[in-house]
Design a protein around this ligand. Structure first.
Ligand SMILES: Cc1cc2nc3c(=O)[nH]c(=O)nc-3n(C[C@H](O)[C@H](O)[C@H](O)COP(=O)(O)O)c2cc1C
Length: 368
C-alpha cells in the first residue's frame, strides 16, 4: 500500500519501516526492584508483531531520587542492562525499532517513591501534592547531567536503536525550561537560553557518551497549560537550540501534572478533536528542519495522513490507542479499521500494569 503512513523514513541512519510510533508509555510492569520484566517484553513483542514502526519505552529514571512512580523502570546503574538486553532479544525477529526514553522526575514525585525530598530548579510546591521540592545546587545539576549521559551509554550497550530524552510533561528537564517552575537567577534561569541550558547539557553529555551516529530524539514540552508556564514561542527557540546541538527528531507534547489531563485529553470522539497539540507541532516544524513527531489524541487514518501531507509533522505517535489495540498499525495497514477504538477515557492507568479499562468493562458485561 503506497500510503504516506507506510513509507519508511531514515533518521540518523535508523530506518523506521513506517511513520507510526508507540509514544512513550510507562507500563508500571517492572518487578519490585525496578527491572524490566518478561511481561513488558511480551507487550513490546505484541506491539512489534502488530507492525508499529517505533516503540518508545516508558520513561526510565536515570538517577535514584529521579523516580516518578512505583513500578517505573530504572536505568541508573549497569546492573539494569542485562534485563533490557533480554527484552530486546524478543524484538529481534521484527522490523520494529525501539528507543529507551530517559527521564528524571524532578519535583513531580514523592519522598516515599524517590527516597528523598524531590528536587527541582526552584522551590515551587507542586499543587497536586503540596510537596515543596529542594532547589538543586550547581554540582548536583552537573551530576544529574552525567547520569543522563550514563543512561544513554547503557541504552546503547543494551542494544536500543536510540534514546528519547524526556523534556516534557513537567519532569526535571521541562521544569528547567519553564518559567513557572524555574525561578533561578543564575545561568540556568531567566532567559529562554538559560532555561534551555540544562536540556542542552543533557543532550551534549548523551552525545559524548554514545557518539554522533546514535539516534537521539527528544520529547519536547511546547506548553505547560499553567499560568506563567512555558509557551510554544519559547519552545520553538529551544527546538532550534536542540537542533543546533545535534538532536535527530522532536516529538511535540505539552501539559504538566498540575494541568492534567492536558497531556492526555479525554473525549476524543471526532476528527475535529484529534491532534490537540498539532498547531504546536506545526509551529515547531517551521522552526527546525529535523523530523517532527506529532502526539496527542491522534486517532484516525484521515487525520494521520493529513498531518503528514499538510507538513504539520513527519511521524505520528500514539499512546492510549495501543493499550487497547497493540495490533492497531496492522489493522490500519490492512484497512480492517480506519480509526483507533480507544475512547480516550484515561482508564488505562493501573499501578500493576497498564490495561484498557474500557475493554475490561465491556468484557465484564453480563458476567454477573
Ligand atoms: C498510561 C500512560 C503512561 C504514559 N507514560 C508516559 C511516559 O512514560 N513518557 C511520556 O513521555 N509520556 C507518557 N505518556 C503520555 C503519552 O506518551 C502521550 O503523550 C499522551 O498519552 C497523548 O497521546 P495519546 O492521546 O495518543 O494517548 C503516558 C500516557 C499514558 C496514558
Amino acid at each position: 500500500m503506497d500510503n504516506l503512513l507506510f513509507r519508511p523514513i531514515t533518521i540518523n541512519g535508523l530506518t523506521l519501516p513506517n511513520r507510526i510510533v508507540r509514544s512513550a508509555t510507562n507500563e508500571y510492569m517492572t518487578d519490585d526492584d525496578d527491572y524490566v520484566t518478561d511481561r513488558q517484553a511480551a507487550l513490546y513483542e505484541e506491539l512489534a508483531r502488530g507492525g508499529v514502526g517505533l516503540i518508545v519505552t516508558g520513561h526510565s529514571y536515570v538517577k535514584e531520587g529521579g523516580k516518578a512512580s512505583k513500578r517505573q523502570a530504572a536505568i541508573y546503574d549497569d546492573r539494569f542492562v542485562p534485563a533490557y538486553k533480554r527484552l530486546l532479544e524478543r524484538l529481534r525477529p521484527y522490523d520494529t525499532k525501539i528507543m529507551l526514553q530517559i527521564s528524571h522526575a524532578g519535583r513531580q514525585t514523592k519522598p516515599n517513591i524517590c527516597g528523598s525530598t524531590p528536587v527541582a530548579p526552584s522551590p515551587v510546591a507542586d499543587k497536586t501534592t503540596g510537596i515543596m521540592p529542594r532547589e538543586l545546587g550547581p554540582e548536583e545539576i552537573a551530576d544529574i547531567v552525567k547520569s543522563f549521559g550514563q543512561a544513554a551509554r547503557r541504552a546503547r550497550v543494551a542494544g536500543f536503536d536510540g534514546i528519547q530524552i524526556h523534556a516534557a510533561h513537567g519532569y526535571l528537564i521541562s521544569e528547567f525550561l519553564s518559567p513557572y517552575t524555574n525561578r533561578r537567577k543564575d545561568e540556568w534561569g531567566g532567559s529562554v537560553e538559560n532555561r534551555a541550558r540544562f536540556a542542552l547539557d543533557v543532550l551534549r553529555e548523551c552525545r559524548k557518551q554514545t557518539g554522533n551516529d546514535y539516534p537521539m530524539f527528544v520529547k519536547l514540552q511546547t506548553d505547560d497549560f499553567v499560568e506563567g508556564g512555558l509557551n510554544v514561542e519559547d519552545s520553538a527557540v529551544v527546538a532550534r537550540m536542540l537542533e543546533g546541538a545535534g538532536i535527530d527528531a522532536i516529538e511535540t507534547s505539552g501539559g504538566i501534572v498540575e494541568s492534567f489531563p492536558a497531556a492526555c485529553r479525554t473525549g476524543i470522539d471526532s476528527p475535529e478533536k484529534e491532534g490537540f497539540f498539532l498547531s504546536n507541532a506545526a509551529k515547531i516544524r517551521k522552526a527546525v528542519s529535523v523530523p517532527i513527531i506529532a502526539v496527542g489524541g491522534i486517532r484516525s487514518v484521515g487525520v494521520m495522513e493529513s498531518i503528514i501531507s499538510d507538513k504539520k509533522a513527519d511521524l505520528i505517535s500514539m499512546s492510549r490507542p495501543f493499550i487497547r489495540e497493540p495490533d492497531l498499525v496492522d489493522k490500519l495497514r490492512k484497512g480492517v479499521s480506519t480509526t483507533a477504538a480507544c475512547i480516550s477515557c484515561n482508564q488505562c492507568w493501573h499501578p500493576h500494569g497498564i490495561r484498557c479499562g474500557q475493554l475490561q468493562k465491556e468484557s465484564s458485561v453480563g458476567d454477573a
